[in-house]
Write a protein that binds this ligand. Sequence first.
Ligand SMILES: [Zn+2]
Length: 379
Amino acid sequence: MSTNELTTICGRTRYANLDLDHLRASCVDLGQSAIPGAVPIWVIVGAAALGFIVALICRVLAKEDAWRVIMTSLETGFYGGLGAWAGGAAGLIFAQLVPPCWMGLLLAVLAVAAMIFAILATMGGGGDIGWKLLGWLEFLAFAVGLAVVAVMSFSVPAHGRAAGEYETYLAAVSSCGAVAGLVDAILVGVYRSVPFWAGFALVPLNASWGVLGNLLGLMHRVASWNFYADHGAFVKASDRRLYTRFGNGFRVKHNFAFTSGWVMTAQNGLEKHEAIHVVQHLLLGPVFVLSYAGWFVLWFLPGAILGLIKRGSPVKGVNDMSYYDNPFEIMAYAVEGAPDDGQSRVLIFGNALAWSLTALWILASIAVAILLFFVRLSP
Ligand SMILES: [Zn+2]
């Protein structure tokens, strides 16, 4: 990030002596943050070069035809530059919209999530021990990176002069988004995960609006590649659909499919279900992740209590109410699969109630997001 970033965002405001409240009130320029200049051009060019080189090496090692290697490398270079720019710009915009302490909390939760991914993958994956150790190094680097940006976010003082810390915070969150956007863009290019005619729009969409899901998607990639047999059994048939699909990659529960961002683990017969989650992620961005998690948390206690009473098991209750009754699962199960563990549907909502709640919950989530956005920007 350029050192005069805050100068650009604040315009003519003399900001050096401002406290956090005044910085957040007077130094907001979302348009400036979105133009390519928000991410230095040398970063974008470097990202493009890195994408080109990585794809070239991977595709040559796969012994593909020369023309295919060259086209994929050019495409990946293009995505690398786009991903770094879009991720960096989105990081800068979200850093201005969200209070630093909330951003710090979110990043801290993600750092913990990285460790949970690592533990679950260690237990569930059947990969070689050497690859698993490398995976742990990758996850530790991932978590430490997120934790460092979280600390920088928490370091912005709530009272008194805060310009220096605030500037560091903006640059750190922006860099975090840029790195995540770049790494994912390169892997999307190498795996050929998007239709070639839509990648120019989908890659920056995933890196920016989808930045929260993208961070989880990167964890899914690390877990599947390093911890599972045959590197998660990447399914070649998923070429150029809308996602990267592992046939036997990371998942939370044995025999279940799992999707993070636009990265999925799906056995045959569950791909369409998981694809619905990818579409939810691309359309609703951070609203999808937070709204899904919000429903899960909200119904956790009622699910546990009702599960104990009606099904003799708090775990089954949580599974029914936090998961099967989740509006985003209602939509996905309507397309493929059935919410049935072969025993009881007493805590699974009937169609009319399920779809009413689905519409209500999703509309309410969107409304809250829009409201927060306008409250933040109101003078
Ligand atoms: Zn699902």
